[in-house]
Design a protein around this ligand. Structure first.
Ligand code: IVH
Length: 667
């Protein structure tokens, strides 16, 4: 037996080091045939002696069964995004800002990296073993895609013992992507099999990671570059470049084009150099990233809202195409802001069909002299809404006059206004049907209150028929009235009523986001939920209190105050509460943090609360919900028909509690 164990270990080491040489050192040492032979030999031994299988064995990259849905994982440390620097001047401004934010005389080094156009993910390792991997999600919580990430051979299942000690916990962040050639081949295959084609390598990487069945993901040629650190215990680094040195030693893939530079000129040169080789590297990049190297300096500079002050993305010029404007529409948003939108003859720009482009405001239209039926250059930069770069005036035919935004709202006929100093025109009428429709559509949307089945068209219909005038009216709608609407049947009316009923219990973060306060998005909803815990406290918070919160600046603080100072908004909130909307309150700020630092894992079906509610409860009292059991887990909460996690907990000696015990704790 001992001999067998030795053989198994030897095979694993040979396979792991072949992987390391191939993926990390880019220097293959054995042939594919030899690799396959080693894998088969290991697989055979493990088949005969299943007791020897370990979770980090190379045979375990695909083993897991298809999931019915992904669990969520709350990131220990939120994943931030990056501010953009457009053009060389903004790179120089960034460097100047960094120096201004640091004590005089400090020297700054910058790590310069290509910005990979893929999907941000996070990998967690406990005592050297890969335990979970997740998508970025909204930065606070992401999806648990552990079993899909395991299929990527350039992700180590256990950390290599190299020049750096194995930390008790390390979270490594990076970008999963697909090489352009592999993407083409995959699409050819999809075409042959009559399956839908992916628009670009990024979408195909995303689609591959979203597979519920890891057997599909394993066939997709995914790869990864690692570039930043999340939580870390048991080792410390003083610079980002030092961390980047540790990564390959542990077995992670790091981009070979990363360099260290010292001043703005060098950063600009780096950006030019990477842009010039953009098309000759095998994967898509959409810019460069500059990061202050010293962690101490990063700390001093801090973060603002969702992005760090110590880093920036230098975006490359976007891809452009030519097409024609069919017509221009003055569309009214939920705050009354009027945005001219160009409806275009559909055009494909780097794999995505574009049929609308924002024209922003009248100033922009006048400056670029954009007219209906004009031929225009359109650009799309990453996920950004397509824009008109310029008009090709030589192609202008016919006699279309310069475009002027109508001086009355296209929806309600009210004269539009322009606040001094603002470029946007607005419809000032808070009862404007277009404004009402947009704000209700926002309120019911999936990431807000989430009323399933209440689509944009139906909201328009309800407003047009005079059945609802604001979001609160939804909660007083009767089924019979809905059933009488055109294109509505008894069953669909019942579904809507049920969905409205279901939406009544919600979280404070969702509720805040749903209100549609200017400058308050989803992430800010979570920040405010965490800081205030209840709607009453948020509503009565002063400007100063709001502004003192990390991540809330003067503009956001003022928008929140303005919103709650508006009587009509208070009336709507009161009517929502009258309509029995129930917002779960969070008491993060009180001393009752009885789960502080404790990690919980759930298994089986809970009976009196849902899994999400249970997770909220744990978080409310300062604990963390995780999706896999390890020695670090404090409690495994067992519901009906528990899965293998209960067995694993027993094996590791982790405390097992029932649902009732959890609820008693929370009391
Ligand atoms: S660092 C605060 N480095 O860009 C640190 N991000 O706009 C944030 N990305 O969500 C991430 N290449 O998906 C970093 N070398 C790189 C990157 C990179 C691509 C993506 C990542 C992130 C987004 C931020």
């Amino acid at each position: 037996m001992k001999e067998l164990k030795g053989k198994v270990n030897q095979l694993r080491e040979l396979i792991n080091s072949a992987n390391f040489n191939y993926y990390i050192l880019d220097n293959p040492t054995i042939s594919d045939a030899e690799y396959d032979r080693l894998m088969r030999e290991l697989q055979n031994l493990e088949n005969e002696h299943p007791e020897l299988i370990t979770t980090d064995s190379p045979t375990q990259r695909v083993g897991a069964k298809p999931l019915s849905e992904f669990n969520t994982i709350t990131h220990r440390i939120p994943l931030l995004s990056l501010d953009n620097a457009m053009g060389e001047n903004e790179i120089r401004e960034f460097v100047a800002r960094i120096y201004k934010g640091l004590p005089p005389g400090e020297i700054v080094q910058f790590v310069c990296e290509p910005k990979i156009d893929g999907l941000a993910i996070e990998l967690a390792y406990e005592n050297g073993t890969f335990i979970s991997g997740s998508t970025r999600g909204d930065g606070v919580t992401g999806e648990d895609i552990t079993q899909n990430l395991k299929t990527i051979r350039s992700i180590p299942l256990s950390l290599r013992k190299g020049n750096f000690p194995i930390p008790s916990l390390i979270e490594v962040r990076g970008e999963v992507y697909m090489d352009r050639e592999d993407f083409k081949r995959l699409n050819e295959q999809q075409l042959k099999e009559g399956k839908t084609l992916f628009a670009n390598p990024r979408n195909s990487a995303a689609g591959s990671l979203r597979q519920l069945d890891p057997k599909v993901t394993v066939k997709r040629p995914l790869n990864i570059f690692c570039y930043s650190m999340g939580a870390c215990e048991g080792i410390s680094f003083s610079t980002h470049s030092e961390f980047l040195k540790a990564l390959p030693s542990w077995g992670f893939r790091v981009n070979p084009l990363i360099e260290l530079y010292n001043n703005a000129d060098e950063l600009v040169n780096y950006s030019r150099k990477i842009e010039s080789i953009r098309n000759s590297i095998s994967y898509d990049i959409d810019g460069v990233v500059f990061k202050v190297n010293s962690f101490a300096q990063q700390e001093t500079l801090g973060i603002k809202s969702r992005s760090p002050r110590w880093a920036i993305a230098g975006k490359f010029k976007a891809q452009q195409e030519v097409t024609q404007i069919l017509e221009i529409e003055a569309s009214v948003g939920r705050t009354g802001a009027i945005t001219p939108v160009a409806h275009l003859k559909p055009v494909n720009i780097s794999g995505v069909t574009v049929s609308n482009a924002t024209l922003h405001n009248q100033d922009e239209i006048t400056r670029k002299d954009i007219r209906e039926k004009d031929w225009v250059v359109i650009q799309r930069a990453g996920d950004v809404i397509p824009q008109v770069v310029k008009v090709i005036t030589e192609h202008r035919s016919g006699n279309y006059p310069p475009y002027i935004l109508p001086d009355t709202c296209q929806s309600c006929g009210t004269t539009v206004t322009q606040i001094l100093g603002e470029v946007k025109h607005r419809c000032p009428n808070i009862s404007c049907p277009a404004r009402i429709k947009r704000s209700i559509q926002h309120f019911v949307s999936k990431r807000a209150i989430d009323i399933d089945g209440l689509g944009d068209k139906l909201v328009e219909q309800l407003v047009d028929e005079g059945l609802i005038k604001n979001v609160a009216d939804l909660y007083f709608l009767k089924k019979d009235i809905l059933a009488n609407l055109e294109r509505m049947a008894d069953k669909s009316a019942q579904n809507i009523v049920d969905a409205i009923e279901n939406s009544k219990s919600t979280t404070l973060a969702r509720f805040i986001y749903a209100l549609g306060i200017r400058n308050v998005g989803e992430y800010m909803g979570k920040v405010l939920e965490k800081s205030f815990g209840s709607l009453e406290k948020l509503m009565s918070a002063s400007y100063e209190e709001l502004e003192s919160i990390e991540g809330v600046g003067p503009i956001v603080a003022q928008s929140i105050r303005n919103f709650f100072d508006e009587k009509a908004n208070i009336n709507t909130i009161n009517r929502l509460i009258e309509g029995r909307i129930k917002i779960s309150e969070i008491t993060y700020t009180t001393e009752v943090k009885r789960f502080e630092g404790k990690t919980f894992v759930f298994t089986g079906t809970l009976s009196s609360i849902t899994r999400d509610e249970a997770k909220d409860l744990v978080e409310k009292f300062g604990g963390k919900a995780s999706s896999s059991v390890s020695k670090k887990t404090d409690y495994v909460v067992v519901g009906e028909n528990p899965g293998s996690k209960a067995a694993k907990a027993k094996e590791l000696g982790v405390k097992i509690i029932s649902e009732d015990e959890l609820l008693d704790f929370g009391e």
